[in-house]
Write a protein that binds this ligand. Sequence first.
Ligand code: AMP
Length: 520
Amino acid sequence: MSFTELGLSPKVLAAVEAAGYTTPTPIQEQAIPHVLQRRDVLGIAQTGTGKTAAFTLPMLTLLEKGRARARMPRTLILEPTRELAAQVQENFDRYGTNSGLSVALLIGGVSFGDQDAKITRGVDVLIATPGRLLDHVERGKLLLTGVELLVIDEADRMLDMGFIPDIERICKLVPFTRQTLFFTATMPSEIKRITDQFLHNPVQVEVSRPATAATTIIQALVHTRSGPPEKRITLRRLIRSAENLQNAIVFCNRKSEVAILHKSLVRHGFGAVALHGDMDQRSRMAALESFRNGEMSILVASDVAARGLDIPEVSHVFNFDVPVHADDYIHRIGRTGRAGRAGWAFTLVASADGKHVSAIEALTGNKIPFTGDPPPIEGDAEEEISERPRRGRRERGAKKDEGERSQRAKPRDARPAREPRPEREPRSEREPRPEREPKPRPEREPRPEREPRPEREPRPEREAEETPRAARHAPAPQQRPPEQQRPHRRRHDDDDGPVVIGLGDHVPSFLLNPIRRKSG
Ligand code: AMP
C-alpha cells in the first residue's frame, strides 16, 4: 500500500514525500483511514512503529478546514513527558510546513507568559503534558470546549507516572462529541477501564513490536564487580573495545547514577551527554539534540527519561545496571537493531543481579550469553587495588590496566578516547584503598552503592519528569515510616547529583578524604 491510498490531502502527501517516506508503516496503514473518517481509534503500538505520524498526518489533513479561535484549541494531544511533547511538535513542524497551522506546546519548564500569548492568539494544535495543561485551565486562560479531536499518547506510561486522574479530568473538560485517538503499548486493566469510559465505539488497531531482538540485536551479558567505580571501569573498557560503535545509549536504573556516570565518562574523554528527570528543559533538549546530530556519541539515560524518545540508529545499548523490571530491558535494547540494522546490547551483570537477569530471560524466552571472563571473587583486595585508579598513578595507571585488558580482548574499532583531564577525579572514583581503611566509617563516608537494594525499586524519576497534580497537591509526609529512617545516611540512592559522601557541598577540603590525607 502507498500513502496516496490512505485519503491524506495533497499538501500532507507532499510533506510525506519530502520526508522521504515511501510506504506507510502498519499502524499508519491501519489507523489513518479511520482517523480521517472521524472514528475513535485505540492503537496498541509502541514507539518506533511510526505511531506519531499515524495521528499527525491525518490531523493535518482534517485541520485544513476551519480555523482556530482565541483560547480554544481545536485539537489537543496529551503526552506524558516534555520530550515526547516536543517530539510531536517536531512532527507537526516537519509535515505541516505548508499548512499555516498554529501549534503550541504546553510543558513544564517553559514560562507561562509565552505559552499564554500563543494560546490567546488561537491554536490549531495544542500539545501538552497533563499537569501543565490543567494549570493553564485553572488560570482561566485556556478553554477546552472547542476541542474537536483529542489524542492520548503513551497511555500506559501516563498510568506508570500517576497521570490517570489528570487524564480523566481532562477527558471531562473536552466536549463529549470530540474524536479520541488513544495510543498505548500495553493494555493493563486500568487502561482498559479508561478506554471503555472515554472512547466511543473505537476501531482497535494493533501492531507488533518493531524490528525484534531475535534477528538484528546481538545481546550479551558482561561480568562486572558490583561497586559503581568498578562498573564504570568495566563500561569504559567495553565501550573502547566495542565493535562498530557509532553511538550508544547507556542506561542506568537511577537518575543519580546517570549524573555520576555522565560526569565520569566526560572526565575520561568520552563525548557523552546525560538525560534524566531533574535536568531543566533547556539542558535536556540540548543534550538530546547533540546526541541526535552526532556531536556526542554517548547518551547516558534513565529509563523514564529515554522511553519513547525518537533517537534513530543507535548502534549500541549498554545497560550499566540490569533493569529491575524485565520489560524495561525490552524497551532499552529496542533502541538498537532498528529497521533491520545490526545492533548490540551489552548488560553489565554483578553477582547480585542474577535474579533480575533470570526474569529478563524468562520474559524474552532466550538465554543471554556471557561474554568475557567472570571477575575475581568479590572482596579480593589485590584485584580491587589493581582495578582502582590510585593516587599518583591514577589516570595513567587506570588507563594502562584497561588498555592491557582490552588488548587481551582483541578489540576492533575501539573508540579513541581523548586524554583524560589531569584534575581531581570525582569523589566516587577516588575511594580509599581497602587495606588503608581498617574499619567501615558509616558516619563519615557512607558508601551508598554497597547498601542492599530494595527488592522492587521505585522509579523515582517518574515524578520528576512531570508531576501528576494529585501528587503535587498531596501534603508532604511529616515522618517517614520507621524502616526508612536512616539518620546516618545523608543521601538516598535516588537522590540527585553526584555527591557520594554525605557532608554536603560545604565541607572543608581537609575533611573530604581524611584517610587518604593521613596516608599521603
Ligand atoms: P514513532 O513510532 O512515531 O516514534 O516513529 C519512529 C520513527 O519512524 C521516526 O523516526 C519516524 O520519523 C519514522 N517513520 C515514521 N513513519 C515512517 C514511514 N512511513 N517510513 C519510514 N520511517 C517512518
